[in-house]
Write a protein that binds this ligand. Structure first.
Ligand SMILES: [Zn+2]
Length: 129
């Protein structure tokens, strides 16, 4: 399998090391939106390398959502000529729709920043067992 781009892999929420294993347990559950397996099922990469590892993802989520919401409001006001109150109404709806995807993508972005891609990760795991 060829190397996927960093951004594509982040949005697909795949393991950063092998780019094959899923970061999150499927199917999606509103009760546990960021439930992850302890290790990648394909390559064995730990998804919780240390306690509090995803604390940094909180800051990324804040930055990404801030600029995204600014863009949404800017588009509504400048692009569609809406009033500020109408734009805020649209923003609330958009924020509700993208809350869980943003939460998951920020955690995915954080682990993708911290763990490098390894083309032989799956082969190495198979040879160990
Ligand atoms: Zn993996």
């Amino acid at each position: 399998m060829s190397k996927r781009s960093f951004i594509t892999n982040t949005f697909m929420c795949k393991c950063p090391r092998c780019q094959q294993g899923d970061l999150y347990i499927k199917p999606f559950s509103f009760a546990k939106p960021v439930d992850m397996p302890e290790n990648c099922p394909e390559c064995g990469q730990s998804f919780l390398p240390e306690p509090g590892f995803y604390y940094g993802a909180m800051f990324l989520s804040y930055i990404v959502s801030g600029f995204f919401f600014l863009g949404v409001v800017g588009l509504c006001i400048i692009g569609f000529g809406m009033t500020v109150n109408a734009a805020m109404g649209v923003l609330v709806i958009v924020a509700l729709l993208v809350y869980f995807p943003l939460l998951r993508c920020s955690r995915s972005l954080w682990i993708n920043l911290m763990v490098r891609y390894d083309a032989d990760a799956v082969k190495n795991k198979q040879s160990e067992t």
